[in-house]
Design a protein around this ligand. Structure first.
Ligand code: AMP
Length: 192
């Protein structure tokens, strides 16, 4: 299954993607995690990305595409993948389309987790306490939500127009939301 999970920061897509990986037996590729690993390793890429990430802005499309190309070329992606955190803007969505076409691995489903803004803010504040992420400061959170609304929300329309979008209600218990996602994927697979 080749799947992308879309949703605002705090929508729960990371948590759900990591459960889906066990269910679908395909790797969970989080571009945020890949970038955080580069930052932790102190690589050239990590050094370039660190400040941008801390501010809650988007790292360059070029860096992301290079990173993604290399990750998708690994053996464990031959039966599919779950993309979490990519694409973040329409240029990335077009780049992903071209990349997947070139490796003959077209996308099978795009699932958007829908969560009201008030709840997003509450969840991110909870995570800031629990995990202490560098980009969970109030100012960075504001920027990330703004970036989502301005740049990532149009990506949802991109997939809607391409006919492979399913919107899932992201409010509720983890198990409940997980079941909704599985149902959405099963429906997408039987249609597509
Ligand atoms: P995430 O863990 O998905 O919330 O990502 C954390 C941060 O990494 C984001 O706020 C961005 O700074 C950066 N990032 C992750 N994915 C992307 C992407 N597809 N394009 C640009 N920046 C990204």
């Amino acid at each position: 299954m080749r799947l992308i999970l879309l949703g605002a920061p705090g929508s729960g897509k990371g948590t759900q993607a990591s459960r889906l990986k066990d269910h679908l037996q395909v790797p969970h590729i989080s571009t945020g995690d890949l970038l955080r690993a580069e930052v932790a390793a102190g690589s050239e890429l990590g050094i370039a990305a660190k400040e941008v990430m801390a501010r809650g802005e988007l790292v360059s499309d070029e860096i992301l595409l290079g990173m993604l190309k290399s990750r998708l070329s690994r053996d464990d992606c031959k039966d599919g993948f779950i993309l979490d955190g990519y694409p973040r803007n329409v240029a990335q969505a077009n780049a992903l389309d071209a990349l997947l076409a070139s490796i003959q691995q077209p996308l099978e489903a795009a699932v958007q987790l829908e969560v009201p803004t008030e709840l997003l803010v509450e969840r991110i504040a909870g995570r800031a306490k629990a995990e202490g992420r560098a980009d969970d400061s109030p100012e960075s959170v504001r920027t990330r939500l703004k970036v989502y609304n301005e740049q990532t929300a149009p990506v949802v329309d991109f997939y809607r127009n391409h006919g492979n979008l399913t919107v899932v209600n992201g409010v509720g218990e983890l198990d409940e939301v997980f079941t909704r996602i599985i149902e959405a994927i099963d429906t997408a697979a039987s249609v597509g």
